[in-house]
Design a protein around this ligand. Structure first.
Ligand code: GLY
Length: 375
């Protein structure tokens, strides 16, 4: 078995595989370690919303600003990224660049959406408040109780399950060596870094990237922690809803094949793969408030996933003081950030170039010398 590589990536989720694909396209010889069999991957919690207008933190602080711009930048890469990935692999990933609607039923919701629209506009994005009637003209299945909506025409979505399949196919095509194993430790020695799997095999690489999820055990638990999310899919008529709808207490994402993904709960610090029946019931009830004909729809699936949360809800992208690279902690935005994370991390790893995005998301912002738990 080959045990020496240019680059070893630990983590085969959407971030690890996007990065592997980008690095391999530049000719790097790669090993990818992925033990996701026993741990629900972060992508499982995702519905595939590409939604910088909604997912940029809640404040007007610098991280929220950086998160918005990084998300908007990554969104701008998505149309070409999706087309190239589909062409490369022959896999359909159901990318839809047709906007998102955020709903308000009360004056209080409407005020929140108004503030959000102003924040997005101040950052150069496109978001406006439209009437309930205008929202229903776009999506006739929506409830008459809707007072107004935030319309974000540039937000988009993709099917995360299809995306993972396509990325896996892309990575396999590029002859990245895949190891279905969990890495137990990383050691940085004078002659370079080494990672050792739980089965006791040691691998050396000139560079190691940790792109693991919420419970990799390789990163300080105060920096990356699980935020459990339960979600469900129900059956709908194709075309019942055409775009992402974000209602109070549930988001609704129509996918190809008459499948409506409804997500997702948020439980900080919880891990495990048990789906909470109460959370699913609440999501389905909230979805039926937004679109009343959904009441009683057939459930197709329910599942849970673990988002990799961070203290400021922004990803960790960069290098630790021991030289190991980190590309993790994308929390609610791994799918959105995948193209830009792969692009930025490839420039850092292969060319030593750190863009202003990476300045904002450097692990050193938490003031810890040792983000990584290694020997
Ligand atoms: N990206 C949406 C979620 O994490 O629920």
């Amino acid at each position: 078995m080959k045990k020496t590589f240019d680059i070893a990536i630990i983590g085969g989720g959407v971030i690890g595989m996007s990065l592997a694909r980008a690095l391999a396209a530049r000719g790097a010889e790669l090993a990818l370690f992925d033990a996701s069999v026993s741990v629900p991957p972060a992508t499982n919690a995702a519905a595939g919303m590409l939604a910088p207008s909604f997912e940029h933190g809640h404040g007007g602080d610098c991280v929220s600003e950086a998160l918005y711009h990084f998300g908007a930048h990554s969104l701008s890469l998505w149309p070409n990224y999706a087309a190239a990935l589909e062409e490369e692999t022959g896999q359909f990933i159901d990318f839809r660049g047709d906007g998102a609607l955020g709903l308000a039923y009360t004056e209080a919701h409407a005020n929140e959406l108004g503030e959000q629209a102003s924040r997005v506009a101040a950052r150069g994005g496109d978001a406006s408040i439209i009437s309930g009637d205008d929202a229903r003209a776009m999506e006739p299945a929506l409830s008459k109780e809707i007072l107004c909506a935030l319309w974000a025409p540039n937000d988009a979505q993709v099917d995360p399950k299809r995306l993972l399949i396509a990325l896996r196919a892309a990575v396999e095509k590029k002859a990245v060596q895949l190891f279905p194993e969990k890495v137990a430790r990383i050691d940085v020695e004078d002659n370079g870094p080494r990672c050792t799997t739980f089965s006791g095999e040691a691998f050396s690489a000139r560079k190691i990237v940790v792109a693991g999820g919420a419970v990799s055990g390789l990163v300080d638990a105060g920096l990356v922690f699980p935020v459990k999310g339960d979600a469900t899919a129900i059956e709908i008529e194709e075309g019942f809803l055409t775009r992402v709808v974000r209602a109070p207490g549930a988001y609704l994402c129509p996918k190809a094949g008459g499948r409506l993904v409804i997500g997702a709960s948020e439980e900080y610090g919880r891990d495990g793969d048990a789906v909470d029946a109460k959370a699913i019931e609440t999501l389905q009830a909230n979805a039926a408030i937004a679109a009343p004909q959904l009441k009683g729809s057939k459930e197709l699936e329910r599942w849970t996933g673990l988002r990799p949360g961070t203290p400021d809800a922004a990803p960790i992208l960069g290098q630790t003081d021991t030289g190991v690279y980190l590309a993790l902690g994308h929390y609610r935005n791994g799918v959105l950030h995948a193209p830009a994370s792969a692009q930025e991390m490839t420039a850092l790893i292969l060319d030593g170039e750190a863009s202003e995005y990476l300045e904002s998301f450097n692990p050193s912002r938490f003031g810890k010398d040792k983000a990584l738990q290694h020997g």
